[in-house]
Design a protein around this ligand. Structure first.
Ligand code: FES
Ligand SMILES: [Fe+2]
Length: 421
């Protein structure tokens, strides 16, 4: 459990909050490139860390992420005209470029226009492999882009999708790094079902080893396998809100399969973008796989045009009580919907003063400690070291079988390293 004060510190991310300031020291995924695909195309509303913003791709292909409101009298720039290298407010025609500079004030007397230094808030952006990144922190402390494998693999070897989640970012992360729930929440109950992995079914009491690393946490869950061997699932937590989930298939085949990761990017304190990434270092995806991993109707969907899940809190995720008795553990279709159902069911911000943690929650305890410590260190003047070195993010998750006497850190080392850039 956490004290009320620590729960507040962990979860609140608006400007000026300790965690909000920590997050503002990292680059964050902001948009899919497909949302701002067109030069001079329609601007997109965007809310991140409790700030209302608008994104647009200008005539030269540059992406602006700027204040949602015009500097003049605060009209919404979402309604603006994206034309000739800037976004023009439709109220009185003031125009802003991707750097937030006001470059035209047609209603003002001549001479005031170009020379006045009116500007709106504008954040630095970057684009890689279909994802637009944003940096919302102090310009003089700009960090490195994290060198995730999925952000630099060739075409057809990576995917990115996102879906809206109606709860605070931290309880979503806690679901992502909690390896013990897969034996329950995502299990099947029908007699004919083949377990996705026999060890998840045969040993529902994993033993956890959590190691703090330069990039976050390495969370290893150990299950009993054949005599003399352990089955390990190694989940990565990467600062400030990423996870990498181990593959579920059988080892060693699973080690050549694509792996998945998430980012839980706060829209505000009570809403989150749940991003899903995948990387396939060993081979290119075929069309079906690309659609399955990256499409709106695929594994991480289905979602609507605004990336809102069709199965959601308002319709109880289409829970089917008959299926819950005979089909799968929840009666809810789709792993992401099962995760969302339990995470959102806790309320927008879970009251951690009331929980009772067990031994299987070791990773979650360490995650909270780490984030609270880094937020405090930043308040005291020390910025997070992980933000400065993008290479730290070149890691993978893994699941593997090891002899009982081989420590997971050494036995899994080669599987956990990403390919050299
Ligand atoms: S409010 Fe935007 S130009 Fe007047
Ligand atoms: Fe899950």
């Amino acid at each position: 459990m956490l004290s009320k004060a620590d729960n507040e510190r962990l979860t609140r991310v608006g400007p000026g909050t300790p965690m909000g300031e920590l997050f503002r020291r990292f680059w964050m995924p902001a948009l899919l490139s497909e949302e701002v695909a067109e030069r001079d195309g329609a601007p997109v509303r965007l809310r991140l860390l409790g700030e209302d913003l608008v994104a647009f791709r200008d005539t030269q292909g540059r992406i602006g992420i700027v204040d949602a409101y015009c500097a003049h009298r605060r009209a919404g720039l979402y309604f603006g005209r994206n034309e000739d290298c800037g976004l023009r407010c439709v109220y009185h025609g003031w125009k802003f470029n991707v750097d937030g500079e006001c470059v035209d004030m047609p209603a003002e007397p001549q001479g005031m226009s170009a020379s006045t230094r009116v500007r709106i808030k504008a954040y630095k952006t970057a684009e890689r492999n279909g994802v637009v990144w944003v940096y919302m922190g102090p310009p003089e402390s700009e960090p490195a882009l994290p060198d995730f494998e999925w952000s630099r693999l060739p075409e057809r070897q990576h995917t990115a999708t996102k879906r809206w989640q109606q709860c605070n970012w931290a309880q979503a992360v806690e679901g992502g790094i909690d390896s013990s729930h897969i034996s329950f929440l995502h299990s099947r109950t029908e007699k004919t079902a083949l377990p996705s992995n026999k060890y998840h079914a045969s040993d529902r009491h994993p033993v956890f080893e959590v190691q703090e690393t330069d990039y976050g946490l390495r969370i290893a869950a150990r299950r009993n396998a054949e005599p003399g061997t352990y089955y390990w699932r190694v989940t990565q937590f990467l600062l400030p809100f990423y996870s990498m989930i181990p593959p579920v298939g059988d080892f060693p085949e699973s080690s050549r399969e694509p792996y998945d990761g998430h980012a839980w990017v706060p829209i505000d304190d009570e809403n989150t973008w749940t991003w899903s990434f995948s990387a396939s270092p060993a081979r290119a995806y075929d069309d079906k796989e690309l659609e399955f991993r990256g499409g709106r109707e695929g594994f991480w969907g289905p979602v609507d045009e605004q990336y809102r899940p069709l199965l959601n809190r308002d319709n109880d995720y289409h829970i089917d009580r008959a299926r819950q008795r005979t089909g799968n553990f929840t009666g809810i279709d789709g792993i992401p919907n099962q995760d969302a159902a339990v995470q959102e069911s806790m309320g927008p911000i879970v009251d951690r003063t009331k929980e009772r943690l067990g031994a299987s929650d070791r990773g979650i305890v360490q995650f909270r400690r780490l984030l609270l410590r880094l937020a405090r260190e930043l308040e005291e003047g020390t910025p997070p070291a992980a933000a400065a070195d993008g290479r730290l993010y070149n890691v993978r998750s893994a699941s593997l079988l090891l002899p009982e006497d081989v420590p997971v850190a050494t036995g899994a080392a080669s599987l956990l390293a990403g390919a050299a850039p």
